[in-house]
Design a protein around this ligand. Structure first.
Ligand code: ZN
Length: 236
């Protein structure tokens, strides 16, 4: 009986120390995490997670090119390995490319060793294809463990969260919902997270459908679209 109580308390403490507390800290309090840009300029940042995807990402790049705007892509190493030509196109068209993870594993299910290795592998995949050192990290689902920040620091990566999400990964999401959510919540300095891969089957198609009217409406409101490097005031 005492052994059971001891094991339960110990497991709860380990879970809190490795998962709950660092996740709360990084998402809400840590000054190392960019959650919102300056409100002094009418800047807004579009970010896209989980790609590249051979069907959706080229269409997304076409939309951004037509609109004459730059975005930030948090790519999966596994996807980049499969579709390096899309990664190269992102880079050549002036978008910022950051690390999202290699295979989108949840931080709470990764050991310390795997947390470091997963991020290193993603970083190395991007660097090997582009000769470009990524500068940003956003973990899958925005979830952190005790080692996430240390793994990012080791690679000199800045960490990005977001201030607006539009549930664009859900099966029941509509393009109208994505549009309404973003337009109603947009503020100077907002960081918008959308997805060009994963989610429910066909979900990125709704993101692509919503994006041109979103860009048009935000431009009309006077916003300028910037990458996270620009939003943070760093040179690109
Ligand atoms: Zn993701």
């Amino acid at each position: 009986m005492w052994a059971f109580i001891f094991i339960t308390i110990a497991a709860t403490m380990i879970f809190a120390i490795y998962c709950i507390i660092p996740n709360y800290w990084m998402r809400n309090r840590s000054k190392r995490v960019l959650r919102h840009g300056t409100a002094e300029k009418p800047w807004i940042a579009l970010t896209f997670d989980d790609g590249p995807n051979p069907l959706y990402t080229p269409q997304l790049l076409d939309i951004l090119k037509d609109a004459g705007i730059k975005a930030t892509f948090f790519v999966m190493g596994k996807q980049a390995l499969k579709h390096p030509y899309i990664l190269e196109r992102m880079h050549s068209e002036g978008h910022t490319i950051g690390c999202h993870s290699f295979s989108h594993r949840h931080a709470w299910l990764m050991s310390p060793w795997h947390t470091f290795k997963d991020l290193e592998l993603t970083y190395q995949t991007i660097e090997s294809f582009l000769g470009y050192k990524p500068r940003w990290y956003r973990p899958p689902w925005g979830m952190f463990n005790l080692c996430s920040a240390a793994a990012a620091r080791k690679l000199d990566l800045k960490i990005a969260y977001w201030s607006i999400e539009a549930q664009d990964w859900e099966a029941t999401t509509t393009a109208q919902h994505i549009y309404d959510t973003i337009i109603s919540r947009a503020q100077p300095g907002s960081i918008i997270v959308l997805h060009d891969n994963r989610g429910a089957p066909g979900a990125p198609a709704k993101t692509l459908e919503a994006l041109p009217p979103i860009i048009k409406a935000l431009k009309k409101k006077g916003y300028t679209f910037v990458t996270l490097d620009q939003l943070k005031g760093d040179t690109t």
